[in-house]
Design a protein around this ligand. Sequence first.
Ligand code: SAM
Length: 260
Amino acid sequence: MEHTFDRVAAVYDRTRALPPEVEIAIGAGIADLTAATAATRFLEVGVGTGRIALPLVRQGYCYYGVDLSMPMLRAADQKAQGLAGRLILCDADACALPFASATFDVAIVVHLFHLIPAWPEAFAEVLRVIRPGGAFLYGAEQQGAVDEPDPFAARWKAALATHGIVPRNHRATDEGVLAALRQRGLNPEHHTIANWTRTSTVEQTLTRYASRDYSSSWSIPEPIFREANATLAAWAREHYPDGAFPLTTAATFTVLSVRC
Ligand code: SAM
């Protein structure tokens, strides 16, 4: 069965790439937070193309990755060639993990739960397979400084709102995951393990909005999507007449981390 991420597997690394030093910092931050040793067994549910996994695998850790999309898994597998089989990939649903309880020392989830309607089932599955005393890490890349809202994002949201559409209809919010952890008596710590900036030109930014490469756009009906893009482009050309003008946004990688 085709899975939604199959359609973006070929462009995922190009559109979501992290700067090499940021990838390394995230891997090092995860290893530090979990006090990882050579014996630590990692699991990432929704591993995708291995963006988070590969730096840890390159450091020598044994890392299991689960995903529903075969093209995403194939991309991860290709990148792990020559890494001595330390990235073990498995085509499975987060809501029914094919592992015995208490199998892993560390389980990682990055940008997954918002995609799953029954995310509490996936959440319960992830916690089930962590050994007592093992760690759960819930990571996210955040774009845009809090004190400096991204004007393109604000304009895009406004254009969609005129049609009654909220672009990011997250099924799981960070607050929801935090509340679910607390309900189990778990009190995670919040860490920022990488900071960087992203620069793209006005034209590149408009192309990104028009691409449908991001899951937040997949449920927007085509005529509304086209109209919202036209509105955004008209606004951008008025405010940034030079399409080559560089727009810089702040980015951070944050992690909620807790011992189970
Ligand atoms: N964690 C990776 C990263 O940060 O680069 C990939 C994140 S990508 C936004 C989400 C991934 O979760 C996709 O590869 C998608 O196929 C996978 N996914 C979505 N729903 C899933 C499910 N129910 N079970 C397993 N994987 C799922």
